[in-house]
Design a protein around this ligand. Sequence first.
Ligand code: HAM
Length: 414
Amino acid sequence: MNIQSLRGMPDFFPNDLQKWHLLESVLSQVFHAYSTEEIRTPLLESTELFSRSVGNSSDIVNKELYSFLDKNKKSISLRPEGSASVIRAIIQKKQEHEKHKLWYQGPMFRYERPQKGRFRQFHQVGVEYLGFEEGLSEYELISMVIKINEQLGISKYTLKINHLGDAEAKENFCTALKSYLEPHAPLLHEKDIARLKSNPLRVLDSKEDATQLLLKNAPKFEDFISEQSKIFLQDLVKYYSDQCDVCVDSKLVRGLDYYTGLVFEVISEELGAQDAFLGGGRYDHLSSELGGKSMPAIGFAVGLERIIELMTAENLDVKTKVALIIVGEQDNQKTYKIAHELREANLDITLDAFLSNSSLKSQLRRANKSHCNFAIIIGSDERSSGQFTWKNLSEHGDQKLLSFEELLEAYKNL
Ligand code: HAM
């Protein structure tokens, strides 16, 4: 039997990756404009890192972690997200007292049920601002999110925001919600009973009708967060409402345990059921919970498989491509020197040396198929005369014979 890839872990072929490269270059351009620098952390971490950060009660750690015992019988896991590793790295370097504006990218792993827009290996680009208290950094990050969407040509989206208060407000609300819901336990789905025990906030985004009905009269989170937090939230809505569709969603709690303060998600109806293509929030206690010094933090991550669906094709910046067609007997070293000098003359152009023995006709067909704009033809005649055929491959393109110097000049000026 043929070996197949694992479920939910797709391959990416050159055609798919053109768009990915464009996405990655737009994102790094935005990060550069915001003076945000790249950090790279390993794909494997100790399992404890995620149970103590993302949280034992979260689905991500509870059900979706790829965990293994290594040869030393230590439990290690493939990272399901990037924030915990970034904080771990900063604590390990003893840099919690400094300010950091960081971004990262790479594959993340969650053992979820694969479906459209949901994979077991997926890719995130994330941003973490460390050492910044609530205030300007929220504005800076939301502006960055809007800029990313704008640069990618994404205009139809909703930014949902909510405020989870400080740790005390979160705890008081959870206690009140528990006391309200526990007497109604027989009406709750077992999943919600489990959530009520491990992380009552997660009950708020339950998909069960019976739970949602009960929640109508339950204590409201808004009543537990401070006036100051409410004003902060309203100010954000006011400020951004003429730049994008922004709304407060009091049910937005996010699936990771570490959040306090502002949380946000960006959704698009065009994506179907898995509609969130970006999520983030403030998590001021993670550093101390992981054994580091106290360090305020806020960040977000973009789901690349999802955001790429929304990018418009016109964004594709197609580079000039030239086919190097070699036919007939050749002196390999001399011919290859020509290719080398062309590339030296202009590295921005893609020179596709066909390395083929087939006929001129079939190589020209291949050049058209692979969207080459020009062809340089080196046949036996060209080789002996020192002249090269320069062919414009557009519909009514011309063709001329050029000396090597003229060819280099034409190539340089493309
Ligand atoms: P998250 O909401 O779990 O947040 O993931 C961020 C984004 O990753 C989601 O909005 C979604 O687009 C994408 N994503 C998540 N799971 C999958 C999947 N199975 N398949 C495809 N895409 C997926 C975090 O990971 C936080 N670390 C974000 C953050 C950074 N918060 C603060 N800093």
